[in-house]
Write a protein that binds this ligand. Structure first.
Ligand SMILES: NC(=O)N[C@@H](CC(=O)O)C(=O)O
Ligand SMILES: [Zn+2]
Ligand SMILES: [Zn+2]
Length: 436
């Protein structure tokens, strides 16, 4: 029998305080109807209750790079960050380009029990950009793939991109594009601008991202399919997506926490923790992505949690891998940059970090309203908490956080996956112990 919880005096979506009873995996009662009989009481004084967070863009690294992360360690990090579902990116080894591999990842997630794992299927075989992977077989597999991406690589061949967009319509899928024209980013090490010129590093121009997004929204319009833009990072990209939405094109876009917070000025110290794809941009770009998230042009915040081993990160700038961890700091960064700045409400946070990513990924039972009878996928947050990020204390198996040593607002007090606590009193609760 599962534990029953009474969340006392919590503020759903930051609104009025109420009691919430969690029983048998669902929200069983609200307000005066929510009795504490037989329940473990959680004091919710000052706490905001959100639907469990859903990440559209997570690298779990298994199979292939279990030295950087596993499905178990990555989903543990997800639970610690308040997530109840993650989309596991396809750039594993072997690539998630067959029904067999996506089912393996889905099963590892189910067995670990920390969060729902929705594998992303590769668009092309081996991410090579040459021929389409078995999209339909992945969609029809137990993993029920709906999001397809060659993330890390761009589907740069327009004919292949057109075919992929056409093909996924049959099973309500979406192509999530890593928008990067490869010929314009050959050997690029950071954002192309004033700082790259001063440092003498090969630059990565904004147009390399914007040209692909412009092409893809037109392709999506032409074939009448859904397009999702991964980790959009420039002011020009925001403008193109705003234009496309105005035209009625079915495009959605995500921004990462790090692109909401950090600029290319960080690269001056040559610390590879700040090396990421797409690169950290300018202060003007940061303001544009914040404004885009505020006005709804950008639909989603997605972590692009990209764990790397010390060997792959602790080296000279040019040799270091691209990527930063993010699952355990995402909510705090969104609070710092958007909520505390008065640009998003907690209800907006629920939209950009839960209901909209769940809708884009067609994730059943996640991102739902906090209402009686709904699955109890919930996150309880203390917005008044402050903490300094210490990567070695995080649940992720890697330490490449760009926020190490930074003080951030907010803390996850509890996470519930279908009524079972994966985090309680700010401490991870091992699913294996609950089952035993
Ligand atoms: N974001 C990154 O810098 N790296 C990602 C790939 C990606 O998201 O493009 C990775 O897999 O390490
Ligand atoms: Zn990417
Ligand atoms: Zn990625």
């Amino acid at each position: 029998m599962s534990t029953t919880y009474l969340l006392r005096g919590v503020a759903p979506l930051g609104g009025d305080r109420t009691d919430v009873r969690v029983e048998d995996g669902v929200v069983a009662a609200l307000g005066a109807d929510a009795s504490s009989d037989g329940a473990t009481v959680v004091d919710g004084d000052g706490l905001v209750l959100l639907p469990g967070l859903v990440d559209l863009h997570t690298h779990l690294r298994e199979p292939g790079r279990e030295d950087a992360e596993t499905v178990a360690s990555g989903t543990r990090a997800a639970a610690a960050g308040g997530f109840t579902a993650v989309h596991a990116m396809a750039n594993t080894s072997p690539t998630q380009d067959t029904a067999g591999v996506v089912e393996q990842v889905w099963r590892l997630g189910r067995d670990a029990g920390w969060a729902d794992v929705r594998p992303v299927g590769a668009v092309t075989v081996g991410l090579a950009g040459e021929r389409l992977a078995e999209l339909q077989a992945m969609a029809r597999s137990a993993a029920a793939v709906r999001v397809f991406s060659d993330d890390g690589k761009c589907v740069h061949d327009p004919v292949l991109m057109r075919r992929a967009l056409e093909y996924v319509k049959a099973f309500d899928g979406v192509i999530a594009q890593h928008a990067q024209e490869p010929r314009l980013t050959d050997g690029a090490q950071m954002h192309e601008g004033v700082v790259s010129a001063e440092l003498g590093l090969t630059g990565w121009p904004a147009v390399a991202e914007e040209a692909i997004i412009a092409r893809d929204v037109l392709l999506a319009e032409h074939v009448g399919s859904r397009l999702h833009v991964c980790h959009l990072s420039t002011a020009g990209s925001v403008e193109i997506v705003r234009w496309a939405k105005g035209r009625g094109i079915a495009v959605t876009a995500e921004v990462t926490p790090h692109h909401l917070f950090l600029t290319d000025e960080r690269v001056r110290g040559y610390d590879p923790r700040y090396k990421v794809n797409p690169p950290l941009r300018t202060a003007e770009d940061v303001e544009a992505v914040r404004a885009g998230l505020e006005d709804g042009t950008i639909d989603v915040v997605a972590t692009d949690h990209a764990p790397h081993t010390r060997e792959d990160k602790d080296c000279e700038w040019a040799a270091a891998a691209f990527g930063m961890t993010g699952l355990e700091t995402a909510l705090s960064v969104v609070q710092a940059t958007m909520v505390d700045a008065g640009r998003l409400t907690w209800a907006d946070v629920a939209r950009v970090l839960s209901s909209t990513p769940a809708a884009i990924g067609r994730v059943a039972g996640q991102g739902r309203p906090i209402a009686v009878g709904e699955p109890a996928n919930l996150t309880l947050v203390d917005p008044a908490a402050r903490r300094t990020v210490v990567p070695a204390q995080q649940a992720t198996a890697s330490v490449n956080s760009p926020f190490a040593g930074t003080e951030l607002p907010g803390a996850v007090v509890a996470t519930f996956l279908r009524g079972r606590a994966t985090v309680l009193d700010g401490v991870l609760v091992d699913p294996a112990q609950v089952r035993a």
